[in-house]
Design a protein around this ligand. Structure first.
Ligand SMILES: [Zn+2]
Ligand SMILES: [Zn+2]
Length: 377
């Protein structure tokens, strides 16, 4: 099923301001609130989820930019990255769709719920060479993060019998309060949302259930990534509190400048310097590509600035199988460090040019001096 456009979902234009987006969200969230939709709760909740997702993307500058550029594809998973979906922001929170609605409306009138003890998302920046980005590569990264405590296995205590269900909330982590029109959930004041109370806290993690550690992860980077591409490693962020789900790890790519090639999306550009003899008479030159050298035929009378396109010698597209091209920009080089023999030859060449009054050997020079003549004439 095709996903509905986020702007359409909220009923706003693509140029809507954040305030307009918020207003639209608020209106629709009220409309689909379960208290107002007793007869068709399921449908209302589904609608609400759509609205909330659209709202979350469009009010997050980074996500909005990605969405504006790639549409829903920006958040899809399964683009072939090992261990996690590619480029997705994915996973809109772990809790019920209604988790944030009260804090959205009433400025945080309720406490942290149990679901908010999910571990934090992490970002890791990685530098790649152009070759690595073009071919794809597997990288080991070291990430300082929180992991589940290996002594208490996340329980916060060494003996399972020391963990007791909180009597105040009966393990829910939240208590229900009535605030006028709405039933409001609040974090349980006894267990602070954990749902459990620990008698003898684990000595290693002091009852938190998690400890700080540097994790080594292997990341499979697909061919075609560019600066700004992200890979999401689901569940590789910080461990949650007391066994709550871990956050995600986002690996953000940065491509290092290359000595020869400049990249523009899937296309590559490079300069090919050639001498005046080759430029005049034509011939073959070897040009570099990411997969080794290839031969390029330079036709006779090639001028500086001429561009030759080598099809399919660029970078593979990240989405899809197309491959970009390599553009070779010819630069005709003035010879330097000449021997006396070479100077003689050039002098002779220069004189033969001079002797020919038609200037047909230098069409650009001729037209330039014609213009200069007119300018002063
Ligand atoms: Zn522990
Ligand atoms: Zn409690």
């Amino acid at each position: 099923m095709a996903k509905k456009d986020y702007y359409e979902t909220l009923g706003v234009s693509k140029s809507a301001s954040e305030a307009e987006i918020k207003k639209a969200y608020k209106r629709l969230a009220m409309k689909y609130h379960p208290d107002k939709n007793q007869d068709n709760k399921a449908e209302a909740e589904a609608k609400f989820k759509e609205v909330k997702e659209a709202y979350e993307v469009l009010t997050d500058a980074q996500k909005k930019a990605a969405y504006d550029q790639y549409g829903h594809a920006a958040f899809e998973q399964g683009h072939g990255a090992g261990g996690g979906g590619f480029g997705g922001f994915g996973g809109f929170g772990g809790g019920s769709a209604f988790d944030d609605i009260f804090s959205d409306f009433f400025g945080g009138g309720r406490g942290r719920s149990q679901t908010s003890s999910r571990g934090a998302d992490l970002q890791y920046n990685i530098s790649l060479t152009l070759e690595e980005a073009a071919a794809g590569v597997s990288k080991e990264i070291k990430v300082p993060t929180w992991v589940i405590c290996d002594v208490c296995h996340g329980q916060g205590t060494e003996k399972a019998s020391d963990v007791m269900t909180c009597e105040t909330c009966h393990g829910a982590g939240v208590v229900q309060m009535r605030q006028g029109f709405f039933a409001v959930q609040q974090e349980c004041p006894t267990c602070h949302g954990r749902g459990k109370v620990v008698k003898n806290p684990c000595k290693k993690c002091h009852g938190e259930g998690r400890v700080q550690k540097t994790k080594t992860l292997s990341v499979t980077i697909p061919a075609g990534v560019d600066t700004g591409s992200r890979i999401r490693l689901s569940g590789e962020g910080e461990a949650g509190l007391n066994g709550a789900p871990a956050g995600d790890l986002y690996v953000q790519m940065q491509i290092k400048p290359h000595a020869i090639f400049e990249r523009d999306g899937t296309n590559l550009h490079c300069e090919i310097p050639i001498n005046i003899a080759l430029a005049s008479l034509g011939g073959e030159v070897e040009v570099p590509t990411l997969n080794g050298k290839v031969s390029l035929t330079i036709p006779a009378e090639t001028q500086t600035g001429k561009v030759f396109r080598l099809r399919g010698k660029g970078v593979k597209s990240l989405r899809g199988s197309s491959i970009g091209d390599l553009y070779c920009h010819v630069v005709v080089e003035t010879p330097v460090n000449l021997t006396s023999k070479q100077k003689e030859l050039l002098k002779e060449l220069g004189e033969s040019f001079k002797a020919d009054k038609s200037s047909k050997h230098s069409p650009k020079e001729k037209s330039f001096f014609d213009k200069v003549k007119k300018f002063f004439g």
